[in-house]
Ligand binder design. Structure first.
Ligand code: PGA
Ligand code: ZN
Length: 438
């Protein structure tokens, strides 16, 4: 009995955080970002690296940037110092197994409503490093550590294959044009189908617009010299059928309008025109009738939630309305906008709030309310693949992590392939059900 107890105590103390160290590394845009390494007493080691957005919501947690001349002001030495000086001493000795308590301690040390003291880049990287160290100490992959044996649903990827808005140097005002391979029966099949469509689209764009059209934007999707929303959707629909798939069956489409970023002086700059909110609503309604677009993210600026609501009722369930800049992964915003009927679900980005525990709160809330949670990357990414595990752990059934190209995007897809392989036959692919309106 005594030995049993001692063994248990030893095992618990194995999870104690022994060492925390931050350093500055680069993200996919060549901007510096924060990476944190956590080592536990039992020798477990975990890493976390913060991504960075280009089209951020006003209510997001803020990242610390150094300013000045080094890295043209984009350095994060101040956030790195915040981890080493303030976070590390506050969490060393705590159990990484109780990562929620560690996150709450970090929130307390920051003490601001938007992580502006320590920086959301510092807190995000630390939060992810802690939970990865705990999983490593437990000898489990992160998804299993977080989600247990029941975590076996591989998400449908919403793959951004044409980039516009703040992510590309073209004239498309909507930021993302996505395909979702809902007709596949496994994740690996979904990925193969999406790659076939991506490559077919590449050839098609080259033929129609010339070789410059196959340059890619921040999330790995093509950035062709298009201006019209319909032109992008038509090209994608054509690529799907030329690749041998049925549009609306094997693949459905999705848009992230990121509309806050095309909103100027009371109107939206869309398709080379100035559109009032009502005009934009009509555009969405006709797009949804013409194409199998089943999800529209941030259709209006974040200070127009009433238009989100109007769009939702105009669409009558034909497409989901999703909040991103509107909800910024904050549970109170997700809860308010969902209960007021403005959204069917929300994007979940850990660095919008700054810790896993806060992102988890939004996911759990959406699950309870019957809403969709879409775990998402940022346009500035790193090789950190934690979000692949997080999507599986919480069984969200949906992930947004860019085109099936470029290392910082494929790192997540490849991790999902590994998870599927690890589950060897026990996994299920979320498929069509993931995008139907609840
Ligand atoms: P961001 O964009 O990472 O540049 O903010 C992604 C999104 O709006 O979904
Ligand atoms: Zn978005």
């Amino acid at each position: 009995m005594e030995t049993e107890t001692r063994r248990r105590v030893e095992r618990v103390s194995e999870f104690a955080i022994e060492h925390v160290r931050a350093l500055q590394v680069l993200d996919s845009r060549g901007d510096p970002t924060v990476e944190v390494v956590v080592v536990t007493k039992g020798g477990g080691c975990g890493r976390g690296t913060a991504p960075a957005g280009a089209s951020r919501g006003l209510r997001e947690a803020v990242e610390l940037r150094d300013g000045g001349r080094r890295y043209l002001g984009r350095g994060v030495e101040s956030a790195v110092a915040a981890v080493n000086r303030y976070i590390a001493p506050a969490i060393v000795g705590m159990s990484s197994h109780r990562f929620r308590e560690v996150d709450r301690r970090i929130i307390e040390v920051d003490g601001t409503p938007n992580k502006s003291r320590l920086g959301a880049n510092a807190t995000t990287a630390t939060s992810l490093a802690v939970v990865n160290a705990a999983a490593d100490t437990a000898g489990l992959p992160l998804f299993e550590f977080l989600g247990g044996r029941l975590a076996r649903t591989l998400p449908v990827p919403l793959m951004n294959i044409i980039n516009g808005g703040a992510h590309a140097g073209n004239e498309l005002s909507f930021q993302e044009f996505m395909v979702a391979p809902v007709g596949a029966s496994t994740f690996s099949e979904a990925l193969r189908m999406a790659v076939e469509v991506y490559k077919t689209l590449k050839e098609l764009l080259k033929k129609t617009y010339g070789p410059q059209a196959i340059n890619v934007g921040d999330e790995g999707g093509f950035a062709p010299p298009m201006r019209e929303t319909r032109e992008a959707l038509e090209a994608i629909a054509r690529a799907v059928s030329e690749a041998g798939y049925e549009v609306g069956e094997d693949f459905v489409l999705a848009i992230d309008a990121a509309a806050s970023h095309s909103y100027r002086d009371g109107a939206y700059l869309v398709d080379g025109r100035r559109l009032e909110s009502d005009g934009l609503l009509e555009l969405y309604a006709s797009i949804v009738s013409e194409f199998p677009v089943v999800s529209i993210e941030d259709p209006f600026a974040e200070d127009q939630p009433h238009y989100f609501r109007e769009l939702r009722s105009a669409l009558g369930g034909r497409a989901l309305v999703i909040g991103d800049d509107l909800t910024v992964t904050r549970a109170e915003l997700v809860s308010r906008h969902f209960s007021e009927g403005a959204i069917d679900g929300a994007i979940v980005k850990i660095n919008q709030v700054g810790t896993l525990v806060e992102a988890e709160e939004s996911i759990e809330l959406l699950k309870r309310l019957g809403g969709r949670a879409i775990v998402s990357h940022r346009s500035g990414e790193t090789e950190d693949a934690s979000i692949a595990h997080i999507a599986v752990a919480y069984g969200t059934g949906l992930i947004k992590t860019g085109a099936p190209a470029r290392g910082e995007r494929t790192s997540k897809y490849n991790e999902l392939l590994r998870i599927e392989d690890y589950l060897s036959g026990d996994s299920r692919y979320a498929g069509r059900g993931a995008l139907g309106r609840s």
